[in-house]
Design a protein around this ligand. Structure first.
Ligand SMILES: [Zn+2]
Length: 237
């Protein structure tokens, strides 16, 4: 009698990330207890969960290293960043509540699963809503509350972010909380310093926008006489 396994994926194009980056054509893959136990042709296992992967790729999940769990897909593009932020983004950001972000996270995380994304970094508002959804979706997420000092009413505060980090750190192996200072033009160096110290205190990551446009680079150079990266370095981040 053939050995039972939890999942058998058959006849797929298997793209590995082993040392040789091997690729196998029309090949089977067996999974048991959450681990890949065999890759080969016509594997001798039986299962109640079989997927025919003919003409499909079987590969590790994609990582989306920067996303915002908003509901504003494709809203008014083709504007310079500073105008797009002031005229489109910030008014929409301002209007969100925990409930609307929860709904947005349901949609965004479903969309990521559909696109083969298994890990993502989310920098936006109401991160607890998105993390709650991730507990249901099973995705791996790094959640960094988007902190903004100016304007002050469209993002998270340093205080609300610290609360989120202390609430969520260690809660799930798939969820990593952190700090998300928005950008060098929306937080002063002192705030970056404060956030840097908190990130060290809680041993969590920082994720930020940096040197996105010529406008930002010129603005920071005018204000501080250095690049955005140097500004963060001086702030101790
Ligand atoms: Zn962004």
């Amino acid at each position: 009698m053939q050995e039972p396994v939890d999942l058998l994926i058959c006849n797929g194009l298997i793209i590995t990330q082993d040392e040789k980056h091997q690729i196998f054509y029309e090949t089977d893959l067996a999974v048991n207890n959450g681990q890949i136990i065999a890759i080969g042709k016509d594997l001798p296992y039986q299962t109640n969960h079989k997927i025919d992967a003919h003409r499909k790729a079987v590969m590790p999940g994609f990582v989306d290293s920067h996303m915002h769990e908003t509901l504003t897909r494709g809203v008014c593009e083709d504007l310079p960043l500073n105008r797009w932020l002031d005229e489109i983004c910030f008014p929409l950001d301002r209007s969100h509540t925990y409930e609307t972000i929860y709904a947005a996270a349901l949609m965004n995380q479903l969309e990521m699963i559909r696109g083969g994304i298994t890990t993502f970094i989310d920098i936006y508002r109401f991160p607890a809503a998105c993390a709650e959804v991730a507990m249901r979706s099973g995705l791996r997420g790094i959640f960094v509350p988007q902190i903004m000092i100016s304007p002050s009413d469209v993002g998270e505060s340093i205080e609300s972010s610290e609360k989120f980090v202390s609430d969520w750190k260690g809660r799930s192996p798939l969820i990593t909380p952190g700090f998300g200072p928005h950008a060098p033009y929306s937080l002063p160096p002192e705030s970056y310093s404060k956030i840097g110290a908190l990130a060290e205190k809680y041993d969590v990551p920082i994720h930020t926008h940096l040197s996105e446009t010529q406008w930002e680079v010129g603005l920071i150079r005018d204000q501080f006489g250095c690049t955005s990266t140097e500004m963060l370095q001086r702030a101790g981040v």
